[in-house]
Design a protein around this ligand. Structure first.
Ligand code: MEV
Length: 324
């Protein structure tokens, strides 16, 4: 038996623009996790994939349509078995559970894929390095999202804050001073695939304007990187607000997100923005030790279905490794 888990994530700066080559910053969130267990299955039964949280229980090779939630899981298992050179004749039981909310900007798909791939690697006693792991998770991200930038698989497999530019090696970001974030869920599901496709149509209709906005978002991400590396936490708040203004302009905010963002800022958050694809899902607020619980309770009062507070510091972290 082998068991592995992987964290969720939030994007601090640069979502959407990152799809168009601008830099973005994302951080892992340990409070939510996906876990996978791989065991030897009953003889002749092939590969059983079971994900009770997703309402999934079937065998690899069962015919599914791409819009069914189990489909990416099949792709993950298939790709990994091919990578391991063990595509045929396996009897395995793969069980997945996850507390990462789905369609909410917290990287549920990448977390599940990372946990499954690590558990399979462990089961077959085959080490996999981070770039290879990330590349395999990216294959599943394509099934989920269509044209992902690669930021979700990078931050979740590396399990570190990352400064990410599409097509470039992942840069792990050293955070000089702790950063405290309140993460609040609007409760409105928002599939990333849809939001990314809508932004693409709008970009196609008015490339000049969108490229300008993406440039400004990229510049904000670059400034935020310096602020994080030099410990200028208060600067980050203003940069988050500027990033949110641009996300509004590109059309991915929503009334529910705006309600939570206003509530957080009124309660004393240093900055606030949506995180991930937008249109629903989660927002983040930059808080400090004094304001964290007050901001969290105001977010709940304003309608958040779940609020968590996460601390980011410079402590070296393990990659999304097996948990045994
Ligand atoms: C999704 O977490 C972030 C987006 O920028 C899409 C992507 O980068 O693939 C919206």
């Amino acid at each position: 038996m082998s068991l592995a888990s992987a964290p969720g994530k939030v994007i601090l700066f640069g979502e959407h623009a990152v799809v168009y080559g601008r830099p973005a910053i994302a951080v892992p969130v340990d409070q939510v996790r996906a876990t996978a267990v791989v065991e030897r299955g009953s003889e002749g039964q092939g590969i059983q994939i079971c994900a009770p949280d997703l309402g999934v229980s079937h065998r690899l090779g069962d015919v599914l349509t791409p819009d069914q939630p189990a489909y990416p899981l099949q792709v993950t298992v298939q790709n990994m078995l091919r990578w391991l050179g063990r595509a045929a004749g396996q009897d395995l039981a793969v069980t997945v559970s996850s507390t990462v909310p789905i369609a909410s900007g917290m990287g549920s798909g990448a977390a599940v894929a990372t946990a499954v791939i690590r558990a399979l690697a462990e089961f077959f006693d085959t080490p996999i390095d981070l770039p290879e792991l990330s590349a395999l998770v990216f294959e599943t991200e394509i099934v989920h999202h269509g044209t992902p930038s690669g930021i979700d698989n990078s931050v979740i497999t590396y399990n570190q804050p990352v400064y990410f530019v599409r097509g470039s090696p992942v840069e792990v970001l050293r955070v000089r001073r702790p950063i405290l974030l309140a993460i609040a869920d609007t409760g409105v599901p928002s599939p990333t695939r849809l939001a990314v496709a809508n932004v693409r149509s709008a970009w196609e209709a008015d490339r000049q304007r969108y490229e300008g906005w993406f440039d400004r978002i990229g510049a904000i991400a670059a400034m935020a990187r310096r602020a994080m590396e030099t410990g200028q936490v208060s600067t980050l708040g203003g940069l988050m607000n500027q990033n949110q203004e641009l996300l509004r302009l590109i059309g991915v905010s929503s009334p529910e997100l705006e309600t939570l963002i206003s509530a957080a800022l009124r309660a004393g958050a240093i900055g606030a923005k949506l995180c991930g694809a937008g249109r629903g899902g989660n927002m983040i607020a930059l808080v400090n030790d004094e304001s964290a619980s007050w901001v969290a309770s105001r977010l709940e009062e304003a309608g958040a279905v779940r609020v968590m507070v996460t601390r980011l510091d410079q402590t070296p972290r393990r990659s999304a490794a097996p948990t045994e």
